[in-house]
Design a protein. Structure first.
Length: 262
């Protein structure tokens, strides 16, 4: 009987310990779930930075420096815009750009040459040797043409077409042959012009006599469609070639030709 009671007590103790373990594990699990749910419900608080006393003036200076730099940049940009506008206005008033079409000024100027002109508004005193652009309503509906000034108002001119020499003088009795190293050919084609050194023509006031450097391939003051050029018909003086064209003997542009035109 004692043995049975002892065994019974042992079984009772074992059952009690198992119940405690089971109860403990269930409580732990429930507590863990409760903690997890509580953590999910609590919103995450934003992290706030604390600016030190030393950092505040530093950041203020950085902001002021950035603001000053932006203001300075705007001032420079404003000035640059006005400067460019002024330069464009001056360029439009002083200069014009023209493109040579044809061969009448070969070899000084070639077909396709881009030229810079001093505007006729500021060029009002043409002189012998100047290369100019003119517009004659009597020729090609006023299309611009480029020629060289040979004689100006008050001078006399006569051409010996047999010798191909041009004579110019301040009086009819003081005609002298011109030295013309720029011409491609001698002046042997009269184009209807009949004034020789023995019968020279006086250039009227405000007018000039012009010819192309390619004398036998140019329609100019010798031709009745053009004749003498009035100063008011001058669009400007050619003074710079900034992009070269070509002639039939060239395969490509000769960029060495870029420069001042004489």
């Amino acid at each position: 009987m004692e043995v049975d009671n002892k065994e019974k007590n042992q079984h009772t103790s074992a059952d009690k310990s198992l119940d405690d373990i089971l109860d403990y594990n269930i409580d732990d699990i429930l507590n863990e779930w409760a903690q997890m749910e509580a953590q999910e419900e609590v919103p995450e608080q934003p992290v706030q930075t604390v600016e030190t006393v030393a950092e505040k003036p530093k950041r203020k200076k950085e902001k002021e420096a950035k603001k000053n730099w932006q203001s300075t940049a705007l001032v420079y940009l404003h000035d640059l815009v006005y400067l460019l506008a002024g330069l464009i206005l001056v360029f439009l008033l002083l200069f014009r750009v023209v493109v040579v079409s044809g061969t009448s000024m070969n070899d000084t100027l070639l077909d396709g040459d881009y030229l810079l002109l001093l505007s006729g508004t500021f060029y009002n005193d043409p002189k012998f040797g100047d290369v100019i652009v003119v517009s004659k309503e009597s020729f090609d509906n006023g299309a611009p043409i480029v020629k060289r000034v040979i004689a100006t108002e008050g001078q006399w001119i006569g051409i010996d077409f047999n010798e191909g020499i041009v004579y110019v003088g301040n009086t009819a009795d003081t005609l002298k042959p011109l030295n013309e190293p720029y011409t491609l050919t001698l002046t042997t084609v009269d184009e209807g012009f009949t004034h020789t050194p023995d019968n020279p023509m006086e250039i009227p006031a405000g007018c000039m006599f012009v010819m192309g450097d390619n004398r036998n391939g140019s329609k100019d003051s010798r031709h009745p469609e053009i004749g003498l050029v009035d100063k008011r018909e001058v669009l400007g003086k050619v003074f710079f070639l900034f992009f070269p064209g070509t002639n039939k003997n060239q395969e490509a542009q000769d960029f060495n030709r870029i420069g001042v035109i004489n």
